[in-house]
Design a protein around this ligand. Sequence first.
Ligand SMILES: *Cc1c(COP(=O)(O)O)cnc(C)c1O
Length: 263
Amino acid sequence: MVPIGLNGELDLSVLKNVLGMKTRLVALTHISNTIGAVNEVKLITDLAHGVGAKVLIDGAQAVGRIPINVQEIGCDFYVFSGHKAYGPTGTGVLFGKFDILNTMPAWQGGGGMVKDIHAGTATLKRAPHKFEPGSPNFAGIFGLETAINYLTKIGMHKIHAHVSTLTSYALQQHQSVPNIKILGCPSERLGVISFTINGRNLKEVAAELDSYGLDLGVGHHCAIPLMEKYEIAGSIRISFAMYNSKSDIDALINGLLRVCHDI
Ligand SMILES: *Cc1c(COP(=O)(O)O)cnc(C)c1O
């Protein structure tokens, strides 16, 4: 495991030390769902390929926010959830390099994956069909396609610029709120900011913010080891979508000022 520093960045010097001929797979997130740190996926992919390891990137927090070019990154696998990219829940994408997918065994059996079959022998179709047995979730996949077309029409570069502006604005504006502690200070942060408030129960804070119409995530965000690293039980998380605006952040800062003034 490669540790994360208190700044929220992966410790690449450790990565270089642990990578070796025995490394089969390097799996990492593109953007942290808790700190918002943007990991150096291309650099890490190059390092992993240097020892012959494959690379899988979890892009759940990246796909709806930045343009992704898997060929440019060079990763072997890239995954994301449909519902984080404005699509239906229960859908998602696994990209894999065609040659690698074709050498991988099918892990489930069902209709539609077989090219030829006789008693005792079966030839499977090529990827991706051999991994998609049975009747697929057509409705969900059409929904995901519509979401992707919608994002493409707006323009991922435009969405990236917007979310980036919101992230910087929120980081700058939070300075006016006393007692707030933001987790990490990665050199690149996008779309997600987590914080604690000294001396406050965060669930109560989140409930009070909710009463002002501000919906924030609170808890460990499925990142308990990271919470342990910061020696906290949880944090409050702000997460920006493309439809958020600066006025949402102003409302959040006002809400936080109200919360903090009755400490
Ligand atoms: C949300 C999230 C997941 C889980 O995806 P679901 O489709 O909601 O199960 C995995 N990884 C990251 C980085 C996420 O943000």
